[in-house]
Design a protein around this ligand. Structure first.
Ligand code: ADP
Ligand code: MG
Length: 461
């Protein structure tokens, strides 16, 4: 699926009203009947069907007439609602190029009015989770209460609250700026994912720093659960930043020890292989808490003094209900069980490590007459949508649609993004063994000339 923000220029107030109506209808309908969309939108001068046709043309909604005639929001439609809300709130004014693609997210640069650059992460749960979908179907069957948009929103909210809390506790994480729907706005990290780094001045120091983070997290009552070379950014000064938090669990989780040891093993294996540190005897040796002659040792879960409750407190503070937390946990459990850290480096070959920071200013101006308050009202209402109101999704349809939406723009960059996304998806289909492409950092520096082609100047709304 391509995020073509250019379309935003052409969307009217009525378009957004109808799009919001579809979103609201999805609280209790998998497919929202057209009449219901019409009723919720209650356009002054009618014309809902014409608007729906336009939204369909831009792939913001998906039409389904298999059971009855109706529509549902696509991820692109959801993206637009989130982006518009952020722009109306003045969080950013322009969307730039895509800088990252994760297994279940897309990351873009955005620009603020003053020209400074932030990053947005659009969560896309369900994009790659075929196996998860299959097993979750059994679970979902009993609870007509899930859809991927809902799960993506939960993932974003969880990630946002953790980023905020971890930053407040002095952890090196991006600055959490804002969250809406499935979108998290954060500071842009000026570095590269560790997976792309071939040489370090002091690998031992970086290694210790990273292991220290795992231990400190546990002391705060948390386990990252996906702590690996894809989720650690490193800058030119070899400063480490950790990212990607939706799957974090508490140290009181029944599998806490296993997740902790797995995080540690990922780092040990990576540093042993990539930087030739002699850590072999520590790998998979979870009993080894004795210090070796150089003073380094494998951290031992049971000997860390842990403060339990951090996770619950932080989530409660963010408005995350216990039910939402359970929903999220059930979903990510499957993901975690499937994930393994990567020992495979080949797929990062050829990727560029340069961040090209030339986001063209793409101004999103509030349309005169479009009341932010009205929109906020709708959003507030939407936010209240409890999981019990959401219906079971058609997961594969989401996925297939994403594939078919790969309306390839003929630029090298777009091709390469699509290729990397397909590889990430293929990797997830193949099984638990992840490859470097699952979180790919994009772009050759020399390709920056292509960027302008995917950056769209947005007119006023
Ligand atoms: P996922 O949850 O899908 O794995 P991540 O949060 O790990 O997504 O992000 C995917 C990739 O996007 C990262 O590997 C990194 O290259 C890039 N990225 C994510 N957040 C930022 C950020 N704040 N600044 C710069 N790049 C980022
Ligand atoms: Mg990641």
């Amino acid at each position: 699926m391509k995020l073509d923000v250019n379309v935003l220029r052409y969307l009217s107030k009525d378009d957004f009203r109808v799009l919001t109506a579809v979103e609201m209808g999805m609280r209790n309908h998998e497919i929202v009947p057209s009449e219901l969309v019409d009723r919720i939108a209650s356009l002054k001068h009618g014309g809902t069907y014409k608007v729906l046709k336009n939204l369909l043309k831009h792939k913001l909604v998906h039409h389904d007439s298999s059971k009855y005639d109706g529509f549902r929001l696509t991820y692109l439609g959801y993206d637009f609602l989130a982006i518009k809300t952020m722009v109306n709130r003045g969080v950013f004014t322009a969307v730039g190029r895509q800088i990252g693609v994760g297994k279940e997210s897309d990351i873009f640069e955005v620009a603020k009015e003053d020209g400074s650059i932030l990053a947005i992460k659009l969560h896309r749960l369900g994009r790659t989770s075929f196996r998860a979908v299959k097993s979750k179907r059994d679970y979902l069957r009993h609870r007509r209460s899930f859809n991927w948009l809902y799960l993506s929103r939960l993932a974003a909210l969880k990630e946002f609250s953790f980023m905020k809390a971890l930053e407040e506790h002095g952890f090196p994480v991006p600055n959490a700026v804002e969250c809406n729907r499935h979108c998290v706005v954060m500071s842009l990290i000026h570095g590269y994912p560790l997976v792309q780094v071939r040489e370090l001045q002091s690998p031992e120091v970086v290694f210790e720093r990273i292991l220290g983070l795992i231990v400190r997290l546990a002391e705060h009552g948390l386990i990252h659960c996906d702590f690996n070379e894809f989720n650690i950014m490193i800058d030119d000064e070899e400063k480490v930043t950790m990212i990607d938090f939706p799957q974090m669990v508490s140290v009181s989780h029944r599998n806490a020890q296993m997740y902790f040891d797995r995080d540690v093993d990922c780092i040990l294996k990576f540093f042993s292989k990539r930087f030739n540190l002699s850590l072999e005897e520590q790998i998979d040796n979870t009993d080894n808490s004795e210090e070796d002659s150089e003073g380094s040792s494998r951290p031992c879960f049971s000997s860390i003094s842990k403060s339990v409750g951090f996770l619950d407190r932080e989530l409660a503070a963010s408005g995350f209900t216990r039910k939402e937390q359970d929903d999220m946990d059930k979903f990510v459990k499957e993901e975690k069980d499937q994930d393994q850290c990567s020992e495979d480096e080949e797929d990062s070959a050829g990727m560029d490590e340069t961040i090209v920071r030339d986001v063209v200013s793409l101004h999103l101006l509030d349309q005169p007459g479009h009341t932010v308050e009205g929109n906020e009202e709708e959003i507030k209402e939407n936010r209240q949508s409890c999981e019990g109101q959401l219906s079971e999704p058609c997961c594969e349809a989401h996925f297939n649609e994403d594939e078919s939406e790969e309306n390839v723009n003929d630029t090298e960059l777009v091709k390469s993004l699509n290729k990397q996304r397909r590889r990430a998806i293929a990797a997830a289909h193949r099984g638990g063994k992840t490859i470097a492409s699952r979180n790919s950092y994009k772009d050759k520096g020399g390709r920056s000339s292509h960027n302008s082609k995917i950056q769209k100047q947005l007119g006023s709304w």
